[in-house]
Design a protein around this ligand. Sequence first.
Ligand code: UDP
Ligand code: MG
Length: 302
Amino acid sequence: MKVSLIIPCFNEEGNVFPLYEAVERSFRGTVSDYEFIFVNDGSRDGTPDRLRELVGTAKQPVKVLNFSRNYGKEAAILAGLAEGSGDCFTIMDGDLQQSPDVVVEMVRYLEENPDCDCVTAFQENRNESPVMVFFKDNFYRVINSMTDTEFVNGASDFRTFRRNVRDAVLSLPETSRFSKGIFSWVGFETHYIPYTAEERHSGTTKWSFSKLWKYAISGIISFTTTPLRLPLLFSGVTGTAAVLTALFDKKSKDKTVPAILGTGSLLLLALGVLGEYIARVFQETKHRPVYLIKEVLDNREP
Ligand code: UDP
Ligand code: MG
């Protein structure tokens, strides 16, 4: 089974060669057919030079895609997936936080389990600050309460999957991409294996808190329209409050409070109705396929 390794790189000059060598070491004797697809996401350090050197010297097939600027990790993953020619695909970071030994484990699992389409690594224990862990845990709680698509807490982009999953992921043409959601949305049989993130080999993280915050909001907006529907819920609450205050506050002649609540409720209702329409327009603009077929059985065709 040929493996395409998709490696997004943004300012990873110190990691290019160590990563290549680490993969070669781990794969020796276990995975024989594989290719590297490095996506240089507009690096401003020596990454493009290191990659050029690697293409010139590497024994294994290496492809490099140099972006015209920094588009973000999601764009790099997409480009790598479109370019790979393997039977299965692995997305791994370019900083050696994700051990190639785990990739060997993933590939072996796919080989031994023909019904499984995707192996996803998840972090059992996050080696992160308590604040980060708090925000990440709550992000998963919020997004899972709003959408039917399942977001597994701790599941990373570090995964290996068959070509059918790759094709399904590429069939979603949306430009605002959130891989964790996309992989859940396309479905298929997924097996989770635990892993521990290593220390970065060189360089620093490219995700600031504000970048992560924007990414989390983008994930929520891409996968749920619940926020647009909130005014309908509030309208129900204020409407009920208006009726209750009008009925039970008989002593007071002043009906200002129920009037304000009633008007507010009507306005929220109007906003909620608008939200429902906008939500549908928004869903349609994503042009997601209505369904994905995993397999067709037909006794007339071999
Ligand atoms: N990355 C990228 N484009 C970006 C930011 C990050 O291609 O705009 C790559 C980065 O080079 C690394 C991977 O995405 O290979 C994960 O980034 P990082 O290690 O900084 O994230 P962390 O592990 O700290 O969550
Ligand atoms: Mg990292």
